[in-house]
Ligand binder design. Structure first.
Ligand SMILES: [Mg+2]
Length: 174
């Protein structure tokens, strides 16, 4: 039987790219492509993982619904990352409504991808820097890797693995 595909779902801000944060150590998003920088270690890690996994971005961008940023700005950053990091697919949610099934911590984006690509979730990973990422991964039955940036917020579900920086995820992805 053909093996089902495995995937790594990456959060965007604070995970694939550095995110700014305010003086309360609460992370925020960059608005514009010219503000972002992709570190070379992130490129290297994605290149390696690409051999065995589908790579996807899954990101909340509620600033669009809040009218603090435009969809076009968000899409420009996402498309740039898709090319630069060999991503197979982009999942994005613009809603500011916590009840929206596709807004993390809800698992909608992950289940959408599962169905579309026939993914084996138990062999897939979610990598993120916030509790919302970990909770979405937990609910979708993925393994979860939390990148601890020392933000001033608590986790809800315990992640399967904790790392201090992006490169360390290679230790845990089998
Ligand atoms: Mg993040």
């Amino acid at each position: 039987m053909l093996a089902r595909k495995k995937c790594i779902f990456f959060d965007r801000d604070g995970t694939l790219i550095d995110a700014p944060y305010n003086n309360l150590r609460k992370p925020k998003s960059y608005n514009n492509l010219n503000q972002i920088h992709v570190r070379s270690d992130v490129v290297d890690v994605c290149k390696k993982l690409k051999k065995e996994y589908l790579l996807m971005l899954f990101t909340n961008q509620p600033d669009v619904q809040r009218k603090k940023n435009s969809k076009i700005n968000v899409q420009n950053i996402n498309l740039y990352l898709k090319k630069k990091l060999f991503l197979d697919y982009i999942l994005v949610n613009y809603s500011d409504n916590e009840k929206n099934y596709f807004r993390k911590p809800n698992p909608g984006m992950l289940f959408f991808a599962k169905k579309k690509f026939g993914l084996e979730m138990k062999k897939s990973y979610v990598v993120g820097d916030r509790w919302r990422d970990i909770d979405a991964g937990f609910t979708a039955n993925c393994k979860t890797i939390f990148i601890d940036k020392n933000y001033n917020e608590k986790l809800n579900h315990k992640p399967d693995f904790k790392v201090k920086n992006f490169k360390q995820i290679l230790k845990y992805i089998k």
